[in-house]
Design a protein around this ligand. Structure first.
Ligand SMILES: *[C@@H]1O[C@H](CO)[C@@H](O)[C@H](O)[C@H]1NC(C)=O
Ligand SMILES: *[C@@H]1O[C@H](CO)[C@@H](O)[C@H](O)[C@H]1NC(C)=O
Ligand SMILES: *[C@@H]1O[C@H](CO)[C@@H](O)[C@H](O)[C@H]1NC(C)=O
Length: 364
């Protein structure tokens, strides 16, 4: 997607006789700026409050930090209040710095607000919690059911989003088999997002990894049933996937309907632990694609490993692979015959950020 600034400008200049001159100027500016803004760097996940204070004293407000503090000493007492302060079609990174606290609220970042960072205080991830408790069967004022997608405690629809140092929770506890218990903690629908040291907690459908390319690095995801699901192309590296399943469940339900879709969930160097038993993945759509490489898999994974979601035809088309995993749950002796032990050549496209075209939008 193009830089928002230039997109807004193009809307403004439609029908204008001066548009040629001005749009050229704007595009030139946007491209130069685009190089800086259309990537995610470590800098985007850090806040330097001292520099911010100095800048403000010198009359600048360039570091664009909005402080969320429940004590009232910041710019907002809620996370949503801070998101609301970000201008529409924002074209520079804005950092929302969240001080420790339990924020009982739903947070929504619309697609008109790209380049937002949610940043918790370093090493205080456990104490900085955004939590809500909607589930799919809850009804709205008009009597309609909320549905899975809108149950999310935190929903991000904008591009170039990143988050670090926070916990995102849906506190609904799912009863297996109950109707409408899907309760999403985080939904990420925007393209090109990074999550670093973020904890995502729920039971059923915890993380809706909906659309776009995403990088989850050193994150913790907890749940029991399909707790990472959606249609994205995502790399999960050095993450902990923690099962809270009692009798059955599944980690990944990746949705892919055709061979042409360049999507999939790749788990590299992750640890899978918790209570059992869970499938590594369930085929949502004929071409569901999930790969685990270099993972430590504890005995919480069902020996057969993978489920065709009661659609035997999917056994021929789903792409479920394991490469160089270890631990009791990694034993492939009793795996379904149609899952694959990948060779290095087969695993290679999924092993690093090139899988998510990270060379184009990550500078880490
Ligand atoms: C600095 O910029 C942020 C984001 O644009 C804004 O919310 C904040 O109020 C500004 N602070 C000052 C002191 O102008
Ligand atoms: C956070 O934890 C790491 C590892 O334990 C440590 O190296 C770092 O100094 C800590 N940072 C702060 C701000 O305390
Ligand atoms: C796996 O992750 C650990 C830290 O969690 C790191 O030290 C190690 O280098 C990683 N190995 C690979 C193959 O990426």
């Amino acid at each position: 997607m193009a830089v928002m600034g230039s997109w807004v400008f193009r809307l403004l200049v439609i029908g204008s006789a001066f548009s040629v001159f001005w749009s050229e100027v704007e595009v030139g500016y946007a491209e130069g700026e685009g190089n800086l803004v259309d990537v995610i760097t470590w800098e985007d996940m850090k806040v330097d409050l001292r520099k911010q204070r100095q800048d403000l004293k010198d009359g600048y407000n360039t570091s664009r930090v909005i402080v969320v503090d429940q004590s009232g000493k910041g710019d907002s007492v809620t996370v949503q209040g801070a998101v609301d302060m970000v201008p529409m079609y924002n074209s520079d990174r804005v950092k929302i710095y969240i001080l420790p606290g339990i924020y009982r609220e739903k947070v929504f970042v619309p697609d008109s607000k790209p380049y937002i960072s949610l940043i918790g205080v370093e090493n205080q991830t456990l104490e900085t919690i955004i939590t809500w408790n909607d589930k799919a069967s809850n009804t709205e004022k008009d009597g309609r059911e909320l549905g899975t997608s809108r149950s999310a405690s935190v929903a991000i629809e904008s591009d170039f989003f990143c988050a670090t140092g926070i916990t995102i929770e849906n506190s609904v506890v799912t009863v297996p088999g109950a109707h409408g218990n899907q309760a999403v903690a985080l939904r990420i629908t925007g393209n090109k997002a990074m999550f670093y040291r973020v904890r995502i907690l729920g039971t059923q459908d915890t993380l809706l990894d909906d659309y776009g390319s995403h990088y989850f690095y050193q994150c913790y995801v907890q749940g029991s049933i399909d707790f990472i699901f959606g249609s994205s192309r995502s790399l999960y590296q050095e993450c902990v996937l923690h099962s809270t399943a009692e009798s059955y469940g599944a980690i990944a339900a990746h949705h892919r309907d055709t061979q042409e879709e360049d999507t999939g969930f790749s788990f590299v160097n992750c640890t899978i632990d918790g209570t059992g038993m869970v499938y590594l993945g369930r085929a949502w759509g004929d071409y569901s694609r999930v790969i685990y490489s270099y993972c430590v898999i504890h005995s919480v994974v069902t020996p057969s490993g993978w489920s065709d979601w009661n659609e035997p035809s999917r056994q021929k088309t789903a792409v479920f692979g394991e490469f160089q995993c270890r631990g009791k749950g990694a034993d492939r002796k009793n795996r379904v015959a149609w899952s694959k032990s990948f060779s290095y050549e087969e695993a290679r496209p999924f092993l690093d950020v090139t899988f998510i075209s990270g060379e184009q939008w990550l500078r880490l």
